[in-house]
Design a protein. Structure first.
Length: 215
């Protein structure tokens, strides 16, 4: 997150989506191979790499760039860019928990997630930055980067991570919807399904960031 934030804060205002993808990829590769591994090395295995998603608004180009599993609202219309495999793995995890005699045990030890982890890791090794895009130091396949152009009319924009299962037009509404989800279904196996739960002692099931602005 810090590497992406630093890169975005310093890149020229006229940076294109392509230039962003190339530049932030080089920044990640440099951080992993040079700064941390002490020289020129191949990138680590995909499951061991630094990895991040980002949703970026270019004011100069009037475009929103979605790299990885992030989401946004444009005038209350939702746009997402999910990983292609997560829905099926989430359904498998939900099925495992639903057939358990004691579902609440998974809030302490989510063995259902552990059962899908081998497939998650296999898919990462085979498909990461092949069938879906992520910032991880490897070439980003830009056909999997979602670019949303805006016209020159006024718009209200919300950019957020996928830690909000129900993205709303205000932060308070989004937090309230998340709170209801965590209270009603902390395992995330019902109407909203995820590959992980809100584990006991945690405040939520995933990281979250939210920004709303008008253009």
């Amino acid at each position: 997150m810090k590497l992406v934030a630093q890169y975005v804060s310093n890149m020229p205002a006229n940076t294109s989506c392509h230039q962003f993808c190339v530049g932030v990829t080089h920044r990640f590769a440099d951080a992993m191979c040079h700064r941390w591994l002490g020289g020129r090395h191949p990138l680590p295995d995909p499951v061991d790499r630094l990895a991040a998603s980002a949703v970026v608004y270019s004011r100069l180009r009037r475009e929103i760039w979605m790299v990885g599993d992030c989401q946004c609202l444009i005038d209350n219309t939702l746009f997402e860019n999910p990983k292609p495999y997560e829905a099926e793995l989430a359904r498998r995890r939900a099925d495992i928990i639903s057939h358990s005699a004691n579902p609440q045990q998974f809030l302490v030890d989510d063995t259902a997630r552990q059962q899908i982890l081998p497939d998650m890791m296999r898919i990462m090794r085979q498909q990461q930055n092949v069938d879906y895009a992520v910032i991880d130091g490897a070439h980003i396949p830009e056909q999997h980067v979602r670019v949303l152009p805006l016209d020159f009319q006024p718009h209200e924009i919300v950019l957020a991570t996928d830690g909000y299962p129900f993205l709303c037009s205000t932060l308070d509404e989004s937090e309230a919807a998340l709170a209801r989800q965590l209270a009603d279904d902390p395992l995330n196996i019902g109407a909203f399904q995820a590959t992980k739960a809100c584990m006991k002692g945690n405040l939520s099931f995933d990281d979250r960031a939210y920004i709303r602005f008008k253009v």
